[in-house]
Design a protein around this ligand. Structure first.
Ligand SMILES: Cc1cc2nc3c(=O)[nH]c(=O)nc-3n(C[C@H](O)[C@H](O)[C@H](O)COP(=O)(O)OP(=O)(O)OC[C@H]3O[C@@H](n4cnc5c(N)ncnc54)[C@H](O)[C@@H]3O)c2cc1C
Ligand code: SF4
Ligand code: SF4
Length: 953
């Protein structure tokens, strides 16, 4: 939480800036408390700078305001997209201007040939929009699931397939930008160009002058052309001066790869590239790097889309993975592999390309027969090998060390020699764990190693190693020290060495033309400090076993429900690391106490603990587990006593809680929505969030009725365990169907001809989820074991299927129960067992389906959708994501639920109702979606009849 002292802690200039910005931006988008400055300042690099101020911008006007105000104070501003950069270019000790949460505009035009994107759009989201046209954006960094367009363009990021032909530099059509002085330009708009030419004629003339000078110097022009023959992101894209004549074109292309040091990119229009639907891959094993390099040269002359080189240590790092060829374990020391991909528009084309690639390498010595596979499941296993390389080293590194991924390119003719020399350098500098892999078609290799920056000697060893790398790559092979990842702070001291004095001076003149006061990302790309690459190294101390392997890559962030409200998983971990560091060093007790205090709300209270972050994490970290563990550690004896009593008297607790809901339902009827809602909000605030906020979608108490066995001697039998949630919460007041979920479920089972058995001790049974999420793991396990025992008895050791109606509970049961019990989610049970026993009649109009986190983690989203499609003419499925209701957390911290569902209303507009499989989630979905959400079983019940009967939809 921000305090007055936080403002006082800023530098005088930053205080002035803060006050100025306070007049034009909402206070909640100006962040300067210690916890969030640290958290938002974190990026994927191994550098750490803590910004004085984080400003969240939503429009080009706001960016212009920020830059003008910062310019008056001569304060540095660093733009921030997803913060997945690796070279230290996305961090700041001054002002961090973040697009996260805004700048989400995207527009596809001319049948998918072009796409205009604002900088906050994630690369994968852009590709999802283009998929139906068979197109995609050209740049394809491995981080495309998290990286945003602003960062992709400003880093000129590229990946396995795009090479130098389809990167942002080659595929940009036009840009909208904001210059350091706040001037805006749309290079596609003639009026904007004319206005800009009037005001910034000197800049345009300066660019033309630079071009003229370069063209007049044949040696320099040749050097520029030569250097961009391979991938290169060291320094500015000087090829803009040789490739383009029009100063607006030069400006546009200089911005690509400029790492936020020349201007802010407010929108970029790309020419899109074809996304071939037919793909095949082959993993080729060669006896040595020289043979592999010859294979690459030949394949490059053909039509392969990717050729990923992996050295022997790389293969060793993943050889234990399931599904990989056994040969991996027996390869000789000098061996290496090439993972080759071909793509085509149709099956016949694919066949030709496979045959062509095979023929090109047929006479080269290989360690295993070369065969392509076009079976997705098979080639995905091969690509998992390649994808698993970086995480494999990151995950296995000693705690406290840093994982560094470097990114160089050799001219193709030196690829084999360059990689061999790099292998030797890694070993001779004490990095035996180092592995080398990369995009061989572009001569681009990454090497991953794990230096220990704790002791000074570790830093000095890294310095010596990087100096040796520069000598090798630049002096011996005239390669590029950064091929894809950008210069940042990491390679800034080496830019002149790679490019030479003349070209370096050109770069300085470019910077001066765009940003004469040097306020845009100072210290990045050009930096006179020779030591900057070994300064401000990020400490990664041990903090908790559950998250110590985190490499702070940021891949988890798009999954997180709380990221726009409080913190992302990566930010939670970064704060815990700082807490651990301060605790160990006793450096600043006051700061430590403040971080601990603030972490309660930002880190713990507002984590939905759904674990969706783990689904995107390359090292499988579930930050939700950390949250639960920290919540558990914080529970005192009194809380344990109360929770123990609740667990021991569970039946009574549920019935008392049901009575509580009855009171609130009655009050709703008596005093009305607005009054009750106002009262509840006051109480919520007064109790520090302990008393939940009421909303009109709050459930009535469940009218479960007597849940008696239905035994008619039919063959089909199921054990039904209605969760505590559906036993407690009924439908919302005013819902069309006033029955509880179990009544609707029973109706379907009756129509389908099922006998139904209930556990005898049902009122006292629970899967333990509530206890787990509230920080009582032992009680949670105890309740879960009781339930398993009861179900084992009733199902006669698992002979009968078990049906439950609440997806998070089902997921927990599946995770904790032994293999005998098969627990079904309702849509899954209907899909697998009831579809053929029911007659479906589709209802008119559109319905929405919400795939809960647990449903998606159990892989049941498609079945839920299929069941809904059997019932409704049109089914809308918004992108999967956590709604953050999180059991009942959405009641205590309604702002979390609101933040997670802020876009829902627009997505489900036009739907008559929404359906899901978790009663808690449905409360928040109804409130924020603007349509009533219920369990999918109501829809199925309404749209089905027994085979001989009539459905009423
Ligand atoms: C595990 C891992 C794998 C990676 N793999 C690849 C890869 O295969 N290829 C590759 O090229 N990179 C890779 N990267 C690096 C990085 O992900 C990419 O360069 C990515 O494009 C950065 O995008 P971002 O949204 O994270 O940008 P950020 O890191 O937030 O910013 C990148 C740069 O752009 C500037 N910037 C951001 N927004 C704007 C804007 N609107 N206007 C002007 N400047 C702006 C920032 O100031 C910064 O200098 C990888 C990173 C990780 C962690
Ligand atoms: S938790 Fe995983 S995905 Fe998130 S930053 Fe850490 S390593 Fe990356
Ligand atoms: S568990 Fe959910 S809310 Fe918590 S950090 Fe992970 S994704 Fe975010």
């Amino acid at each position: 939480m921000t305090t007055r002292r936080d403002r006082a802690a800023l530098t005088p200039q930053h205080r002035v800036l803060l006050d100025e910005l306070g007049k034009v931006l909402p206070a909640e988008r100006l962040i300067f408390d210690p916890l969030r400055r640290l958290a938002h300042g974190t990026d994927a690099s191994f550098y750490r700078l803590v910004p004085q101020l984080v400003v969240q911008v939503r429009s080009a006007e706001e960016v212009a305001d920020v830059l003008r105000a910062a310019g008056r104070q001569k304060l540095g501003c660093t733009f921030r997209a997803a913060g997945t950069s690796l070279s230290g270019q996305a961090i700041s000790d001054s002002v961090l201007v973040s697009v996260v949460g805004g700048f989400r505009g995207a527009h596809v035009s001319e049948g998918g040939e072009f796409i205009s994107l604002e900088p906050g759009v994630i690369g994968a989201e852009a590709n999802a929009l283009l998929a139906k046209y068979g197109r995609k954006i050209g740049p394809d960094p491995a981080s495309i699931g998290a990286a945003m367009v602003g960062g992709i363009a400003a880093n000129n990021a590229s990946g396995m397939c795009c090479g130098t032909a389809q990167n942002s530099y080659r595929t940009v059509e036009s840009v909208k930008v904001v210059l350091a002085d706040g001037t805006r330009l749309d290079t596609a708009n003639p009026a904007s160009r004319a206005a800009f030419a009037t005001r910034h004629g000197a800049l345009l003339a300066g660019l033309s002058q630079l071009r003229a000078e370069v063209l007049a110097d044949a040696a320099l022009s040749d050097r520029i052309r030569e250097k961009f023959r391979i991938k290169n992101t060291t320094g500015y894209g000087l090829n803009s001066l040789t490739d383009f004549e029009d100063p607006f074109d030069i400006l546009t292309h200089l911005l690509i790869g400029s790492e936020g040091t020349l201007a802010f990119i407010a929108e970029i229009t790309y020419r899109t590239v074809e996304e071939h639907p037919h793909k095949a891959s082959a993993l080729m094993f060669f006896p040595d790097l020289g043979t592999a390099a010859r294979a690459v040269q030949r394949l490059k002359a053909g039509q392969v889309s990717a050729a990923e080189l992996m050295d022997r240590p790389s293969l060793r790092a993943v050889e234990h993975k399931a599904g990989l060829p056994p040969i991996l374990k027996t390869l000789p020391e000098a061996a290496c592999a090439l993972l080759v991909e071909v793509r085509a528009a149709d099956a016949a084309g694919l066949k030709d390309r496979m045959a062509d690639a095979e023929a090109r390498v047929a006479d080269l010595p290989s360690l295993a027969p070369i065969t392509f596979t076009s079976v997705k499941a098979e080639y995905e296993v091969l690509w998992d090998v390649r994808r698993g390389l970086f995480p494999a080293v990151g995950a296995n590194r000693p705690i406290g060390t840093t994982v560094v991924i470097e990114d160089v390119a050799f001219p193709m003719e030196h690829l084999a020699a360059g990689v061999t020399d790099l292998q030797a350098l890694l070993r001779s500098h004490g990095y035996p764990e180092g592995i080398i892999f990369g995009h061989a078609l572009d001569g681009n290799v990454h090497f991953v190693f794990t230096p220990d920056f704790g002791p000074a000697a570790g830093v000095e060893r890294y310095r010596a190693f990087m100096e040796a790398v520069a000598t090798l790559v630049v002096d011996r092979y005239d390669g590029a020290l950064k091929a894809e990842h950008g210069t940042g702070r990491n390679m800034a001291p080496f830019v002149e060495r790679e490019w030479g004095h003349k070209a370096y001076r050109l770069m300085k003149r470019i910077k001066a033309l765009f940003d004469p006061d040097g306020i845009l990302n100072p210290g990045v790309i050009l930096n006179e400090d020779r030591d900057v690459f070994v300064k401000d190294l990020k400490p990664l101390p041990k903090t908790h076993d559950l998250v110590d392997r985190c490499i702070e890559c940021g891949f988890c962030e798009p999954k997180c429900a709380s990221r726009s409200l409080t913190l992302s998983p990566r930010q939670r971990i970064a704060v815990r690391r700082e807490v651990a560091r301060l605790g160990a060093t006793h450096e600043d007790g006051e700061r430590l106490a403040r971080l601990e205090d603030d972490f309660q709300y930002y880190g713990l209270d507002t984590c939905a603990a759904d674990g969706l972050c783990a689904t995107a994490c390359p090292v499988s970290i579930d930050t939700g587990k950390l949250t639960k563990a920290l919540r558990a550690e914080a529970r005192g004896p009194l809380a344990h006593g109360i929770a123990g009593a609740v667990a021991g008297h569970y039946a009574g607790t549920i019935s008392a809680a049901r009575a509580g809901f009855a009171v609130s339902t009655l009050a709703h009827g008596l005093v009305g929505e607005q009054v009750l809602s106002g009262l509840a909000e006051t109480l919520h605030a007064a109790t520090g969030g302990l008393m939940p906020v009421w909303n009109e979608h709050m459930p009535r108490p469940a009218r479960t009725g007597p849940l008696a066995d239905v035994v008619k001697g039919r063959d089909a039998k199921v054990v039904y365990f209605p969760s505590c949630v559906t036993r407690l919460w009924g439908p919302a007041r005013g819902a069309d169907d006033e029955r509880g979920v179990s009544a609707a479920m029973m109706s379907i089972l009756e129509k389908a001809g099922y006998d139904v058995l209930f556990p005898k001790e049902l009122p006292s049974l629970c899967c333990g989820l509530t206890f787990e999420s509230k920080g009582f793991p032992e009680l949670a396990d105890q309740k879960c074991a009781e339930l398993e025992q009861a179900l084992l008895e009733l199902t006669q050791g698992g002979a009968l299927p078990v049906l439950c109606d609440t997806s998070p509970c089902i997921q927990r049961m599946r995770a904790h129960f032994g293999p005998q019990l098969k627990v079904y989610e309702p849509a899954e049970f209907i899909h697998e067992r009831l579809m053929s026993r029911l007659r479906f009649v589709k209802q008119p109009g559109a319905v929405a389906v919400h795939v809960t986190c647990s449903t998606s983690k159990m892989g049941l989203g498609a079945k839920l959708q299929a069941v809904a499609q059997a019932c409704a003419e049109q089914v809308v499925v918004p992108p999967a994501g956590c709604c953050a209701f999180a059991g009942d957390r959405g009641l205590s911290f309604p702002e979390l639920n609101a933040a997670a569902l802020s876009g829902l209303r627009d997505t489900v507009r036009g739907c008559v109702a929404g359906y899901s499989n978790s009663r808690g989630c449905e409360i928040g979905l109804s409130k924020h979606g603007g349509i009533p959400y219920q369990s999918i079983v109501y829809l199925v019940d309404r749209c089905t009849s027994a085979p001989g009967g009539e459905a009423h939809a």
